[in-house]
Ligand binder design. Structure first.
Ligand code: HEC
Length: 150
């Protein structure tokens, strides 16, 4: 559980580096206000979740999911292979719409996004200061590509 892989951070740094080297930020004064706020958004990384939120997700997972799942299923190579091509939004939607299999749709959006946070954390994403919103548009900004194995 304390195992952390730096991939999320590296991806965030790469994004920040790209944003910093965007030429418009330096050249076009009219666009500079917009570009610099974009750069701020990128520098602080893709949307993140808080540790408390991931802990809540872990507790909900233990209460509602372990009847059928081991948490290790959500970080094994099969999971990484499949979900490394999708987003946190896809994961959120599946959990929210289809799980728990015996009572689909019974999780609140907050519960579902907490479980997503927990799964992100166990796949090496770093927690941040703020909570992740239960918002598909925001969740879709979190690519799971970093969980793919080489
Ligand atoms: C009654 C059994 C059952 C319960 C309880 C259950 N699941 Fe599932 N879950 C399944 C089955 C069956 C599948 C489909 C497996 C497959 O198709 O490979 C599945 C698939 C999934 C997948 C997709 C896995 C993948 O690799 O694509 C996720 C994510 C998931 N469940 C999350 C949850 C979460 C989170 C909970 C608790 C809120 C939960 N499940 C509770 C039976 C259950």
């Amino acid at each position: 559980m304390t195992m952390k892989r730096p991939l999320g951070v590296l991806a965030a740094l790469a994004l920040a580096a790209c944003a910093a080297s965007t030429p418009e930020a330096a050249s076009a004064p009219a666009a500079s206000a917009m570009s610099s706020s974009d750069a701020v958004a990128s520098a602080s990384g893709t949307p993140s979740f808080s540790d408390a939120q991931a802990d809540e997700g872990r507790d909900i997972f233990r209460a509602s999911c372990t009847e059928c799942h081991y948490s290790s299923e959500f970080q094994d190579s099969q999971f990484k292979f499949k979900w490394g091509r999708r987003s946190a939004g896809n994961l959120y939607q599946l959990i929210q719409n289809e799980m728990p299999e015996t009572n689909p749709g019974s999780l609140s959006p907050e519960e579902a996004v907490s479980i997503v946070s927990y799964i992100l954390r166990m796949n090496g994403f770093e927690a941040g200061p703020s909570r992740l919103a239960a918002d598909r548009t925001i969740l879709d900004q979190i690519s799971l590509a970093s969980i793919r194995e080489p």
